[in-house]
Design a protein. Structure first.
Length: 482
């Protein structure tokens, strides 16, 4: 009996995806560069399953049904290219290579195009949900050569997470590296959600002086609100987790956040595409700032920094905090979808934004009830440019506004850093301001560099230069936008 799919890479994500595929009745052939790991796997967790081992890439390929489907679950970067190189001589036209790692989407663009020329269909897919998701139902975001989709669809949709109404959290994203692009934005949103929750925890702990039990109880309550999400769930658990000495483990963890790069890529893409993705980018910078631990320790002493406790009824502050968190989260997703729209239009990907929201509804790290509302917003109006304009989200933003301002203002007053909640509010204030002070910037640019400006009393597209000092001359520089 030949295998339905081959999987290369037996780290935890690879192993769990294979076991998941096996559970759903697919015959999987497993291979790992260090071949002894294949035997360990077959003798260990895979014992008693239908999983077949391979002793080499040639062996793996020989054991697969046509068209062959080979999925790479290996470290992103050069390792992916190296495996593609080794696989190519073994494959035939019409065979499929799938990359399930966190690859940077320009790499996927390049691989899809170069393999297409050789008649091989390449798929770059985001797989989210960590170890447990991979084992029992991840969110899967495949893109690349569309010819591959009918062949991988039955496997991916069977093993993916399902929504409450049974829809698969996996659909075809689009051509080129669009699947990996969407996964990258997912990770950026993940960074934003994590930073927002951390800010709420910081406000509770340092501002309100809550105990861990009180904080845990608050997060527990938030589970039954619009904040209901996987990250709120795990935060509740984390707050209740005690170390061997009975103290909360979270307080013993060094406060420097790591990062593997997907959040940074999201920020870089936003800058490249000119999208004000302020919240996610702030969350990347917050991780960078956290890693300057020694400098922070010294600066706290130098500035004799203390955080003044927040006065007033704690219950009211917590209620306000909930609104501030929810409203900020809406802004983060709205900005993330602005970036996805811009990339889709720029690359001619024709992405379906509602379908992206559905793919994130279950299985992935940012899964939440709220994504159903995003999906509905796009179903009502696929052209919506800013999710905050959708009636459901607009009402929440308007309702949250006083509490949100109160929290952000208080944080600034007492010296508690809340970069994402603050930047989200500032973004909305900017987005809802018809006339911003950018006229002053244009005047300055024209003053010192003759960069020209447009006038509100003349047709747009006509550019003017003023000799502001009488000595600058009348020659304007050429007009272009980066
Ligand atoms: C997922 C996650 C995962 C990511 C980790 C680590 O969707 O399952 O996004 O793909 O690798 O969360 O990311 P950082 O190390 O950058 O925090």
């Amino acid at each position: 009996m030949k295998g339905d799919i081959g999987v290369i890479g037996l780290a935890v994500m690879g192993q769990n995806l294979i076991l998941n595929m096996n559970d759903h009745g697919f015959n999987v052939v497993a291979f790992n560069r260090t071949v002894s790991k294949v035997d360990d796997f077959l003798e260990g967790v895979a014992k008693g399953t239908n999983i077949i081992g391979a002793s080499s890439l040639a062996d793996l390929v020989s054991k697969l049904k046509m068209p062959r489907k080979v999925m790479l679950m290996v470290r992103a970067g050069d390792v992916v290219d190296a495996f593609i190189e080794q696989l190519l001589p073994l494959l035939d036209k019409g065979d499929i290579i799938i990359d399930g790692g966190n690859s940077n989407y320009p790499d996927t663009n390049r691989r899809v195009a170069s393999l297409q020329e050789k008649g091989i269909y390449y798929v770059g897919t985001g797989v989210s949900g960590g170890e447990e998701g991979a084992r029992f139902g991840p969110s899967i975001m495949p893109g690349g050569a569309p010819q591959a989709w009918p062949h991988v669809k039955p496997i991916f949709q069977a093993i993916s997470a399902k929504t409450e109404s049974g829809e698969a959290c996996c659909d075809w994203v689009g051509k080129d590296g669009s699947g990996h692009f969407v996964k990258m934005v997912h990770n950026g949103i993940e960074y934003g959600d994590m930073q927002l929750i951390s800010e709420a925890y910081h406000f509770m702990k340092e501002g309100l002086g809550l105990s861990h039990d009180e904080m845990q109880a608050t997060f527990e309550e938030w589970k039954s609100t619009q904040l209901d999400s996987y990250l709120i769930d795990i935060t509740t658990d984390i707050l209740g987790y005690k170390d061997d000495d009975g103290e909360p483990l979270v307080e013993k963890i060094l406060d420097t956040a790591g990062q593997k790069g997907t959040g940074k890529w999201t920020g870089i893409n936003a800058l490249d595409l000119g999208i004000p993705l302020t919240l996610i980018t702030e969350s990347v910078f917050a991780r960078c700032l956290s890693s300057l631990k020694e400098q922070r320790v010294a600066a706290e002493k130098l500035f004799e920094k203390t955080i003044a406790p927040v006065q007033g009824e704690k219950k009211e502050w917590l209620e306000a905090l909930k609104y501030a968190l929810l409203a900020s989260k809406i802004i983060s997703y709205a900005q993330g979808f602005m970036l996805i729209r811009e990339a889709s239009e720029d690359n001619d990907w024709a992405l379906n934004y509602g379908s992206v929201a559905l793919m994130w509804r279950g299985g992935c790290i940012i899964r939440s009830a709220f994504l159903s509302n995003i999906r509905d917003a796009y179903a009502n109006n696929p052209e919506i440019k800013f999710l905050g304009s959708d009636p459901y989200f607009k009402d929440i933003l308007v309702e949250s506004m006083p509490a949100w301002r109160k929290i952000v203002a208080k944080a600034i007053e007492i010296g508690l850093p809340m970069p994402t909640m603050t930047s989200a509010l500032t973004f909305l204030d900017g987005y809802t301001t018809a006339r911003l002070p950018a006229n002053m910037i244009q005047a300055q640019r024209d003053y010192f560099g003759a960069h020209t400006y447009q006038r509100i009393d003349q047709p747009q597209g006509d550019f003017f230069h003023t000799n502001w000092t009488g000595t600058g001359g009348d020659t304007a520089s050429t007009t272009y936008d980066a």
